[in-house]
Design a protein around this ligand. Structure first.
Ligand code: HEM
Length: 521
């Protein structure tokens, strides 16, 4: 009906009869395309034996009608409660398998990682990644290996991460200054916006050599629109022959517009780099990521699309994820003042009152804070669905078969809330990690795939260490320097924990809190 409404709206200047006739034509074309698509599919995809179980499939649309709302991880979790931790769905013409247990996640991400580590095609991510010329959405293969290796050396290595400590410290200081200015004017602080601003500026300065403050167009608005578009419904994703409907409804032009806005931002960063005649760009030691990418483009190792595709990955995957962790952690702590107090006591006593700020070198002592970050990522993984595509047929350890070209959704959000994996999973309890054997406090690899906020295997997040560092140091400083309260008249139980759709899942309602300078300052 939505499609029809939009379509009719577009025909407004026509007479009623003309509009009706055209709409009928549109419906007939839609029906014909659907029948053609399902006929072609029946011929090319013979039934597969021993597929995982799943809900009954309707003709043509399969299970599409069961994915309700715009938070698919929640919708899939609800369905999996009835059909089990491994289920097969038919989403239009796409064959999909949903994994919602730690044991089966281990199959997909470790035992059969090589067969399961490609990515499915998707209309929006394909556009945003310059036709899959990036690291995150490119299918598995030599080009992915080359890009990932390059970026690991140029940006994600421990040496590179350490070389940008001063940038992170500077951005933390700016954040603290902003909070102090709000305190003096007795205004509530938008913690959601503040943390996004911190991570956006930090990532842009480390990757592209400058922050985004002072740019003429609102980068946050562009980012927000891109987030919305990327999680919107494109019919072509489920019925490849129906791309024309996305054109007719205006979805494709919205996507193009959003892509061009993002492209404008990357182009500006590139132009500034090419124009800047600083000595920085001449020494490889001081290069930021963009310097390195441009050098490799000049050498012919990368194309322009590769450069921009990687910029997109860093800009979108890097800025939004760590800020989501800090935002959710603060929301959980404000609802549990005793946990907030304990964490503040830890950070203030370990760092000492005279120092005035938490440095990255202090983090290794902050065991309780690290548990809070892990517990936050258990309940609120910023990227709740790991999306893969099989390259070869796979028989999982429970005997079920997954054919090639199947989309796999590993639901890390559901695994974090699984009663078989966690005691009282609905309770935010950082202490649960004290009793879980983990040789390294920082490692996620020792929780038997029960905690996989960064994924695992070949496609594990390459920004894991950088993301953790940014989240921990930002949270530690917020807790060290300030005391936090809810705005007057608001109670702990009033703090909504609803999620908003996006590449990274943020809070639906911005977190607004009152701050006071702590005595540590
Ligand atoms: C708390 C912060 C972060 C979280 C929770 C997170 C989570 C994830 C997840 C779940 C994936 C998919 C893994 C899979 O498919 O198995 C991923 C991939 C990726 N992430 Fe992150 N991420 C974070 C920070 C970052 C940062 C800071 C960057 C870059 C600056 C980054 C860049 C990427 C890239 C490029 C990929 C694609 C990897 C590939 O397909 O080979 N991430 N991330």
């Amino acid at each position: 009906m939505d499609v029809m409404a939009l379509y009719l709206f577009g025909l407004w200047p026509l007479s009623k009869m003309d509009a009706l006739a055209l709409s009928l034509l549109f419906l007939l074309a839609l029906l014909a395309s659907l029948l053609l698509a399902s006929g072609r599919e029946a011929r090319t995809n013979p039934p597969v034996r021993n597929l995982p179980p799943g809900p009954a499939k309707l003709p043509i649309i399969g299970n599409l009608h069961q994915i309700r709302g715009n938070l698919p991880h929640q919708s899939l979790w609800e369905i999996s409660k009835r059909y089990g931790p491994l289920m097969h769905l038919k989403l239009g013409q796409v064959s999909a398998v949903v994994v919602s247990s730690a044991a089966l996640a281990k199959d997909v991400l470790q035992t059969f990682d090589l067969a399961c580590c490609s990515r499915p095609h998707n209309v929006a991510t394909s556009e945003f990644s310059y036709g899959r010329s990036d690291i995150a959405f490119i299918p598995y293969g030599d080009r992915w290996k080359q890009l990932r290796k390059l970026c690991t050396v140029e940006f994600f290595s421990a040496r590179k991460i350490n070389s940008f400590t001063s940038v992170r410290e500077d951005e933390i200081a700016k954040m603290a200054k902003h909070i102090s200015s709000r305190i003096s004017s007795s205004l509530a602080i938008d913690v959601s916006e503040l943390t996004l601003c911190f991570s956006c500026n930090t990532i842009c300065r480390t990757a592209f050599g400058r922050d985004i403050v002072g740019d003429d167009l609102s980068v946050y608005d562009v980012l927000r629109e891109a987030q919305e578009v990327v999680t919107s419904f494109f019919l072509e994703d489920y019925f490849p022959l129906l791309g024309w409907v996305d054109v007719a409804t205006g979805m494709k032009s919205r996507l193009r517009k959003s892509f061009l806005e993002l492209d404008g931002i990357y182009q500006k960063f590139i132009d500034r780099h090419l124009n800047a005649k600083t000595s920085r760009s001449e020494s490889e030691d001081d290069e930021d990521l963009l310097d390195a990418l441009l050098r490799l483009r000049k050498d012919g190792q990368l194309t322009e699309e590769n450069v921009k595709g990687v910029l997109m990955n860093i800009f979108i995957a890097g800025t939004d994820t760590s800020s989501a962790v800090v935002e959710w952690a603060m929301a959980e702590l404000i609802r549990r003042p005793e946990l907030m107090k304990r964490s503040q006591e830890e950070v203030r006593s370990c760092v000492g009152r005279s120092k005035g700020k938490v440095e990255e070198s202090d983090l290794h002592q902050l065991h309780y804070l690290k548990r809070i970050v892990k517990e936050t990522m258990r309940l609120h993984p910023p990227a709740p669905l790991l999306i893969k595509e099989t390259m070869h047929p796979v028989t999982l350890s429970n005997g079920y078969r997954i054919p090639p070209k199947t989309t796999i959704y590993v639901n890390s959000w559901a695994i974090g809330r699984d009663r078989d994996a966690w005691e009282r999973p609905e309770v935010f309890d950082p202490e649960r990690f004290v009793n879980m054997a983990s040789p390294a406090v920082d490692s996620f690899a020792h929780y038997d795939f029960k905690l996989i906020p960064f994924g695992e295997g070949r496609r594990i997040c390459p920004g894991k260490n950088m993301g953790m560092l940014m989240a921990e140091v930002a949270l530690a400083n917020l807790l060290y320097s300030f005391d936090w309260q809810l705005p007057p008249g608001m109670r702990e139980q009033d703090v909504s924990m609803e999620e908003a759709p996006g590449v990274a899942v943020h809070r639906k309602h911005a977190l607004r809190l009152m701050a006071a300078e702590s005595e540590a300052n």
